[in-house]
Design a protein around this ligand. Sequence first.
Ligand code: ASP
Length: 316
Amino acid sequence: MMSAADDTRVAIALHGGAGTIERGTMSEELEATYRAFLDDAITRGFEKLRKGEPGLDVVVSIIQLMEDSPLFNAGRGAVYTWEGTHELDASIMHGENLDAGAVAGISTVKSPIALARAVMEGSSHVMLAGAGAEAFALEQGFEVMPPEYFATDRRREALDAYKANEQAGLTPEADHKFGTVGVVVLDAAGNLVAGTSTGGMTGKRWGRIGDSPVIGAGTYADNRSCSVSATGHGEYFIRHTVARDICARMQFGGATLEAAANTVVMDELVAAGGEGGIVAVDPTGEVTLIFNTAGMYRASINASGEKTIGIYSDES
Ligand code: ASP
């Protein structure tokens, strides 16, 4: 993939959500569709980075591919709230100067990750929520969509199952496949960037906001350590400030990316009962994709040009 004469170091990793994604639970056709999508997305992202496109542009454009696809719980295909609506969260961070932008609980904007970027670049704030974020989107000329745009039968069925479980007094179990999307990159200028976009968790209520738009929890990037995007049960990722904790273990504790991510995801989160995973990249272009669930839709190409595509935990 790389020519020997070209020593530009770029790297990319992405996830499309972690959870109870087990062999045999989806058709071969659907599995092939996911794998082809992941392969295409990671290859496109890597090529853009190789051409010298800024990391911010690459993170936004690859996340938009996933937001536009009903395969993932972000943008079109987002999960339903308890009330049968969609409330989308997203965030983005640039590791050079710690610039960050985030939106939470938005219902009409086609690309939440693009709006998060606009918050970072076009406002003096980091995080906008609900009606205010929608007003900002209109001011910025963002494309808005009717509720039907975000609707899918699959996610509606997940909400129905969630409600049926709760009404039967059972722990709601619906759609623990999650499906949040995230991208992390090292670009040709040596910058680390991370972004995450999600519909949150099925059946969420009362304006619940997860980790995805919370800088330090679901997303973090700092050129001095690493860039991280997380997916999983957001409440745990907020409590454990997962993304920042991984970077801090590198920056202050001298840990490698892999060791830091392993401690946080496989020790800390597992001990707490927090299901999920992360993708991350460090300044040398090493990538780490790690999760404590049965599966995580994922793909990466490191600075040596080595590509991985995976869904289940028993594949590398
Ligand atoms: N972390 C997301 C949230 O809690 C959900 C997910 O990653 O699937 O909102």
